[in-house]
Design a protein around this ligand. Structure first.
Ligand code: GLA
Length: 511
């Protein structure tokens, strides 16, 4: 089954004002059998965790408005509510279709998430307090934390979310570690095996976070991954629940950091999610500082990955909370439009990247099936030009030759991992062709020629037009693995959605 919640959570980015507005629409729990008020639908999982989706409905003068709070997300407004016999039907932004009707004091609910994915159940009335508890814990005073010394080049590894979503377990993670080595990816520089959301169960009597049945022994799993020469990453949220609705670190930051250290965790992705129900954007930095501080004192080096979708100019303050990387966008999807939108809008963030601290345009979709090999080559090349973290998001056990060849192209990976740590910027654009350039530590320049248009383009430009006012004495094509004749510029046809990545050696100023 596909996880019903793998897509981006646009609602979580909404501010407290919208939350307050929606709450103002809700009524107390005691009510007659109508649809008004706040409702909770439980979703029990076979690994012993029950998730909750909340609905807030407000009926007035024949109209129904409201919001859905799927798991750890913020409010997603509903649309098109109308009666169909005794049922109220409506939809919401993620394309989910709802059919609800009173059933005694409860609501009978059918949610259709898309093809072959329907949930039917009973939603019980709840009060706002149940939805929104707990109250905020006052954020710490903002200060500058020390650099943790990690991630001098963009982190490389694998993350479970893009392919497996909630279907990740101990066996999946061990298999990913095995495949990381046997496929040659470890040799190409990939190190981290990162467990994303849905590993959590809850807390024990002492408040220690406990994994659910999918992960019987986290320490043993870390030992297994370490024995392969790899590192293990984990995921949490500063809110009470994660984006998937699982246990978050709210109020347990230090304790959780110590637990991760005791298990042997090497990387934490910390996802804002339900923290947005409690804190405003102006508190982002302080809240991320709280976990940065906890990691600094947990007794183990842990790479700190901030995931708050680029809110509050995170790139300006993330290094000051000991952040090694920070998401700059909402979630990527496995299609050209999503990748193109995110990847080509990163240029203005280049000044913020450097050794130890990286812009993160989200994890890779290479090999997940929604793009052509040419498009995946463009996706991978662009991420390398951007000095982005390279987190493969595919099933490493079942890679096609194309996928393996893309993910392990050492010449392109070297652009990503260049020790100077510069991020490419757009130097030239014409007819859908964009040229991005990135200076490298040895004085050469990486030049990415990308065709964003839907047809092949005859691209032709001089190095000077691409902002390189010097003569090229060596040009190497990093996908064809071939040296090209020295030239004053580039001239070639680039296929639709394709790219050419060059390493250009320069001398003198062009007259
Ligand atoms: C958010 C993040 C994703 C993933 C999911 C897990 O949407 O942006 O990368 O971690 O949560 O629920």
């Amino acid at each position: 089954m596909m996880n019903p919640f793998p897509v981006g959570n646009p609602g979580r980015a909404l501010g407290l004002s919208l939350v307050a507005a929606v709450l103002a629409l809700s009524l107390p729990a005691a009510r007659s059998a109508d649809l008004n008020g706040a409702w909770r639908l439980d979703q029990p999982k076979e690994w012993g965790v029950t998730l909750h989706t909340y609905m807030v409905l407000h009926q007035k003068g024949g109209l129904t408005e409201g919001g859905i709070y799927p798991n750890g997300s913020g409010s997603i407004p509903i649309h098109g509510a109308h009666m169909d016999g005794a049922d109220l039907v409506f939809t919401m932004d993620w394309g989910w279709n709802f059919r609800v009707r009173p059933e005694g004091a409860n609501l009978h609910v059918v949610i259709n998430y898309g093809a072959d994915n329907t949930q039917e159940g009973t939603a019980v009335p709840v009060t706002e307090a149940v939805m929104w508890a707990p109250a905020a814990i006052p954020p710490p005073v903002v200060r500058t934390l020390p650099d943790n010394g990690l991630a001098r080049t963009p982190p490389m590894g694998w993350n479970s979310w893009n392919h497996f979503a909630e279907q990740v377990d101990d066996a999946t993670v061990r298999a990913a570690a095995d495949a990381m080595v046997s496929s040659g990816m470890a040799a190409a520089g990939y190190t981290f095996i990162n467990i994303d959301d849905t590993w959590e169960a809850g807390r024990d009597a002492q408040g220690n976070v406990v994994p659910n049945r999918k992960f019987p022994d986290m320490k043993a799993l870390a030992d297994y991954v370490h024995a392969k020469g790899l590192k293990l990453g984990i995921y949490s949220s500063p809110g009470p629940v994660t984006c998937g609705g699982y246990e978050g670190s709210f109020g347990h930051e230090e304790q959780d950091a110590k637990t991760y250290a005791a298990w042997g965790i090497d990387y934490l992705k910390y996802d804002w999610c339900s923290a947005g129900r409690i804190y405003g954007k102006e508190e982002l930095r302080a809240i991320y500082q709280r976990m940065g501080d906890a990691l600094e004192h947990c007794g183990r080096p842990i790479v700190y990955s901030l995931c708050e979708y680029g809110m509050g100019d995170v790139w300006t303050w993330a290094p000051a909370v000991s952040g090694n990387l920070w998401r700059t966008s909402d979630d990527i999807s496995d299609n050209w439009k999503s990748m193109d939108n995110i990847g080509f809008s990163q240029g203005k963030l280049a000044p913020y990247a450097g050794p130890g601290h990286w812009n993160d345009p989200d994890m890779l979709e290479v090999g997940n099936g929604g793009m052509s090999p040419a498009e995946y080559r463009t996706h991978f090349s662009l991420w390398c030009m951007l000095a982005a973290p390279l987190m493969a998001g595919n099933d490493l056990r079942l890679m096609s030759d194309d996928t393996r060849e893309i993910l392990t192209n050492g010449e392109v990976i070297a652009i990503d991992q260049d020790s100077l740590g510069h991020e490419a910027t757009r130097a030239y654009a014409k007819d859908g062709v964009e040229v991005w350039t990135k200076p490298l530590h040895d004085g050469t320049v990486a030049v990415g020629v990308f065709n964003r248009s839907h047809q092949a383009q005859a691209a032709a430009f001089s190095w000077a037009e691409a902002g390189i006012p010097v003569r090229a004495i060596g040009v190497r094509d990093l996908w064809r693995h071939e040296d090209l004749p020295a030239s004053d510029g580039f001239k070639a046809s680039v296929p639709a959605h394709g790219c050419v990545i060059l390493k250009v050696t320069l001398v003198g100023v062009v007259k």
